[in-house]
Write a new protein. Sequence first.
Length: 197
Amino acid sequence: MKIIIVGATGTMGKYLTSVLENEHEIIKVASKDSDINTDITSVESIEQMFKQVGPFDALLSTAGPTYVGPWKMLTDKEFRKGMEGKMMGQINLVLIGQHYINPKGSFTLITGALTNEPQINFANASAANGAVEGFVRGAAIELQNGIRINAVSPTVIEDSPQYFPYFPGEIPTTMRQLEYMFRKSIFGASTGHIITP
């Protein structure tokens, strides 16, 4: 399969690339230092990326910048970071990508436990996650040609211990769990699902 990994230079993206590249053709996409440098907050940049890749079988997104910080610092400008990054960035990967993906292909977006288990400093991420999950459910019943879409929703990732203090009591999602959540979406039959550990 020809698989696009968006966010390929991040913690999750690097791991997923390492476990899938021996089995499939992987196109690494990130804001820099990747096969195709792409700004997912730009519709033009996303469109150019898909034109460069051509037809593909699956897209995985582990990308989505959001505002992380104290509530008192959260303004319209800061809030839009998550809306333009994690929400619209990922939504546009699907809205544009549907015109390039092969029949029976799949999209897998990233959300997270913050959707239902909010934490201090992460209101922006909670909102973006919830919007993406709603989009996944809505898109699943309208995408054509057997194209599937799901979201992977991990807790804090075991390889990101710097975030552990922000998630008290949360059991970290292991990298192996993360891998198989994405595998379930790519190679399984489900669509419109939010896949959790």
